[in-house]
Design a protein around this ligand. Structure first.
Ligand SMILES: Cc1ncc(COP(=O)(O)O)c(C=O)c1O
Length: 394
């Protein structure tokens, strides 16, 4: 080996990926495994989705659905996605040209950014942002421009959004219901986003993976349904969150043909296609009756209430979310102010894992004292975590 080469020994990472490191979710889940702590960090349910959907996947495995699915996705899944958009949002979508099945929402976001963003283009994203957004923008060579949702109410600052737009802005990357804050953008905010996009002729990518998880009567309305938005918007969702099959990694993009075709250009060389036998099963899942969706929502709402009450009793300042399966707390009432240090020591101290908000920010200070907890866990697991957190006060 030629050790005199400057490439040996120095970081092999391409410059545009510098600073991305290991995703915090993997890091914290590994910490949970190592310490035997309860994992309220990574957002995955600890129970499986509907058994009949698992059976549908088994049937597909046994019935020859084991070779490459079509690049744009199994026809019945594309049809089911189109039917879902019609059923819940009154959106008419052509399953053949306006739907693309992806390897989870993560690939959908990455492929959208890779196909629509040129080096030097600016992408405005709501901060705190889901960590794959920063990676996707970096891989595309774009520049991230955050618009911060601030505690305690985490609403969209419409003036800040307007001020963030420059002649280099190419795309708005929106996420509602929003991870990690739980904000569901309201009518006024969505209209403002639509107005900014239309005024400046921007493309919009909207991550709506928590579309069926909204609480207290708050409803989700896709940005693509607003005036002037349909032709400039890619809507992303995923079966992982709605049907509790996060490991299946079946997601999709819905949008106008020219944008979907652009995403396909990148997607075909990332994975081409994946999860062939799982795709027909998710088609069946999307067609489940309203009772499934209602029960899923009310079950998670009760878990939200359970964990929020427990975190409050443990001494945190709790920001109850309107959507998603995450709750944010401020740790300062307990005498701490550094969320990262708090989360790194929490497994040893009381056997619970959570995620420090600061990993979701460019403006680290804005999230320094905030910590995110996932409540998509069995009640007894939440109760045990709450009991353990009770030690923090003593
Ligand atoms: C906002 C958001 N987008 C995308 C994803 C990833 O979805 P998938 O597992 O389908 O790739 C997640 C998962 O936590 C998320 O919270």
């Amino acid at each position: 080996m030629d050790t005199s080469s400057p490439r040996v020994g120095s970081s092999p990472l391409a410059g545009r990926l510098t600073g991305l490191g290991t995703t915090v979710f993997a890091e914290m889940s590994a910490l949970a495994l190592r310490t035997g702590a309860i994992n309220l960090g990574q957002g995955f349910p600890d129970t499986d989705g509907p058994p009949q959907i698992i059976e549908a996947a088994v049937k597909a495995l046994r019935n020859g659905r084991n070779q490459y699915a079509p690049g744009s996705g199994a026809p019945e899944l594309r049809q089911a996605v189109a039917d879902h958009q019609q059923r819940f949002y009154d959106m008419t979508v052509d399953p053949d040209t306006e739907v693309l099945v992806t390897t989870g929402a993560t690939e959908a976001v990455a492929a959208a950014l890779l196909s629509l963003v040129d080096p030097g283009d600016e992408v405005i994203a709501l901060e705190p942002y889901y960590d794959s957004y920063a990676a996707g923008i970096a891989m595309a060579g774009g520049t991230r421009v955050p618009v911060t949702l601030r505690a305690p109410d985490f609403r969209l600052d419409i003036d800040a959004l307007r001020a963030a737009v420059t002649p280099r802005t190419r795309l708005l990357l929106v996420n509602s219901p929003h991870n990690p804050t739980g904000t569901v953008l309201d009518e006024t905010e969505l209209q403002a986003v639509a107005a900014v996009a239309c005024e400046h002729d921007l493309l919009v990518v909207t991550d709506e993976v928590y579309e069926h998880l909204t609480y207290d009567g708050v409803t989700h309305r896709p940005l693509a349904t607003y005036d002037g938005m349909r032709d400039r918007t890619l809507t992303i969702s995923s079966a992982g969150k709605t049907f509790s099959f996060t490991g299946w990694k079946i997601g999709w993009v819905v949008g106008p043909e020219r944008l979907v075709r652009a995403v396909m250009t990148a997607k075909q060389f990332l994975t081409f296609t994946s999860g062939a036998p799982l795709q027909p099963a998710i088609a069946a899942a999307l067609a489940l009756g309203d009772d499934y969706y209602t029960k899923f929502r009310t079950t998670l709402e009760a878990k939200r209430d359970r964990l929020c009450a427990g975190l409050g009793a443990a001494g945190f300042d709790v920001f109850a979310p309107q959507g998603t399966y995450f709750v944010t707390t401020d740790i300062r009432p307990l005498g701490y102010d550094d969320g990262m240090a708090f989360c790194l020591s929490l497994p040893e101290r009381c056997g619970v894992v959570a995620i420090p908000h600061e990993v979701f920010y460019d403006d680290k200070l804005a999230g320094r004292a905030l910590v995110r907890w996932a409540f998509c866990k069995r009640d007894e697991v939440l109760d045990e975590a709450i009991e353990r957190l009770g030690q923090l006060r003593s």
